[in-house]
Ligand binder design. Structure first.
Ligand SMILES: NC(=O)c1ccc[n+]([C@@H]2O[C@H](COP(=O)([O-])OP(=O)(O)OC[C@H]3O[C@@H](n4cnc5c(N)ncnc54)[C@H](O)[C@@H]3O)[C@@H](O)[C@H]2O)c1
Ligand SMILES: [Zn+2]
Length: 484
């Protein structure tokens, strides 16, 4: 990467065009010159780390944005880092949670930029999960029509998904990510050590996106996911010995579907697991970039990364308390695997392996609201975003992707019935929850409010982002897109 990019001297994108005289008018055509970089760093706020010092030395100051959780965990370390490097640091704490992924929050960032006196080209530093990087990125896309920013993702979703893309945005009305932009940061610093403080339910949530990318793109990556998946989730990708900080006989106590699960110390050491995790994430990010960078504005609609994202946008928001994104896409992927198997695209063993991995990490495979009606509504909604074609991404075989365009309603209904039978027979421990895994629903941190309020009719007005006034999904508008 050029030092100009590091120091904020170069814009991440530049556009130029030429004008031509044509009959009765003019025509302008041009191209966008785009440069943005990803830098892997371990302990980005360790005093000895130079990446962010190099970025901000020229400015002598930095405006950092985080949510309250991240500020509580890392604020002091961030301040100490910049203080050590004689760079003055102001931290703006924005409200977290999906209910605050709004224009109001975005405008509060604009006010913070003004108050700081942000200079043209001076990059804002955003440290946090996908929500915080999305909102701040959108504020930067809009501020003075385009401002620089640098991202430090701190969640698994952020590290392997949200901060890999150049999409930024906010929710509006009843629709997720309805307003946004394609706005590349100058630099994204990827430090997987942040995962050591991330709750297991958030790790599991992000793990589903790694299941997605590996199962339809890379057999070796998929094999590693299958081999190490449960240990990766239980140890926050090799970053902590156990969720409760307990170790047993040198092994780790993690959770496996809610049950205490002791991983044998002979399996692999924590340090080795961290290396395996980094290698898995590196390959996942590389695949994402290779898939998405030729299609940055998402013009091409046959998208491999849409595996698991066909019915899940509808499914995710159908229960009164929404499902976590990772659980919703996992149910979609698990069903898609059953559909692919019924068509002869994958073997029974491949289908079983995918289902078993989901189960063993505590992800969901089915849900009582995942019924024929939902399949129909989800299909109708997704057709609107896919130019009228189904483009159902499925593995064919595992490690490669195929797009189904000719599924009939009766085929989907039959596959669904088979799927429910398979899940019931294979995972009797999930019978009581109809296939729902562990910590499957959003909590107050994800929402920015108590989920129990979702059950109270009086609160419906503040829940606009999620539900219609009668508590059901708003018909015709069920184009609820995730950030993927
Ligand atoms: N732009 C994209 O392409 C894209 C892709 C995927 C998701 N997204 C968006 O990202 C959001 C979801 O991302 P997310 O799951 O990272 O959400 P998030 O930013 O809300 O983070 C989840 C929770 O983890 C906490 N947290 C963050 N880092 C932590 C750490 N290191 N230790 C402990 N707690 C920590 C946060 O405070 C929050 O409570 C959604 O809004 C989604 O639309 C965008
Ligand atoms: Zn997704």
């Amino acid at each position: 990467m050029s030092s100009a990019l590091y120091s904020g001297g170069a814009p991440s994108s530049d556009m130029s065009a030429t004008v031509q005289v044509v009959p009765q008018g003019f025509e302008v055509s041009g191209t966008e010159d785009l440069h943005y970089a990803f830098k892997f760093a371990s302990g980005v706020f360790d005093l000895s780390q130079s990446v962010l010092h190099d970025c901000y030395e020229k400015w002598g100051r930095v405006l950092a944005v985080m949510d309250a959780n991240v500020e509580g965990l890392y604020g002091a370390q961030v301040r100490a880092y910049f203080e050590h490097h004689k760079i003055s640091c102001m931290i703006h704490v924005m409200p977290g949670g999906e209910m605050h992924k709004t224009m109001t929050t975005m405008l509060s960032l604009v006010d913070a930029f003004d108050k700081f006196g942000l200079i043209r080209k001076e990059p804002v530093l955003v440290i946090g999960g996908g929500l915080v990087t999305d909102v701040t990125g959108y504020a930067c896309a809009s501020y003075r029509r385009s401002s620089n920013f640098i991202r430090v993702p701190t969640t698994l979703i952020g590290l392997i998904d949200a901060a890999v893309s150049i999409k930024v945005g906010i929710n509006h009305g009843k629709l997720k990510n309805r307003l946004g932009a394609y706005h590349a940061p100058m630099l994204t610093v990827l430090d997987f050590n942040f995962l050591r403080t991330l709750a297991e339910n958030q790790i599991r949530n992000g793990f589903a996106e790694l299941i997605k990318i590996s199962s339809v793109m890379d057999t070796q990556l998929w094999a590693d996911m299958v081999k190490y998946g449960p240990q990766l989730v239980a140890t926050a990708f090799g970053r902590r010995s156990a969720p409760m900080g307990q170790t047993i006989d040198g092994g780790w106590e993690g959770t496996k579907n809610g049950c205490s699960h002791v991983i044998s110390p002979s399996e692999v050491s924590l340090g080795e697991l961290a290396e395996i995790a980094d290698s898995i994430c590196y390959r996942g990010i590389k695949i994402m970039l290779e898939l998405e960078t030729p299609n940055l504005h998402e013009i091409m609609l046959d998208r491999v990364i849409a595996f698991g994202h066909t019915w899940s946008p509808t499914l995710e928001l159908t229960p009164v308390v929404p499902l976590r994104h990772g659980h919703a896409i996992m149910i979609d992927m698990a069903f898609s695997a059953t559909l692919a198997w019924k068509r002869g695209y994958i073997t029974a063993e491949e289908r079983e392996e995918l289902h078993k991995l989901a189960h063993d990490v505590g992800l969901s495979l089915d849900h009582e609201v995942f019924n024929e009606n939902l399949l129909e509504a989800g299909t109708a909604a997704i057709l609107k975003t896919r130019d009228g074609k189904q483009r159902f991404a499925v593995p064919r075989p595992i490690g490669s992707c195929f797009f189904i365009n000719d599924a009939t309603t009766s085929e989907l209904a039959s596959a669904l019935a088979t799927h429910k039978e398979i899940v019931g027979a294979s995972f009797p421990d999930l019978a009581a929850t109809s296939g729902v895994g562990k910590d499957a629903y959003v909590d107050s941190q994800d929402l920015g409010m108590e989920p129990s309020l979702l059950l109270a009719p009086a609160s419906m007005k503040v829940l606009d982002t999620y539900r219609g006034e009668n508590g059901t999904l708003v018909d015709g508008n069920v184009v609820l897109q995730c950030g993927c």
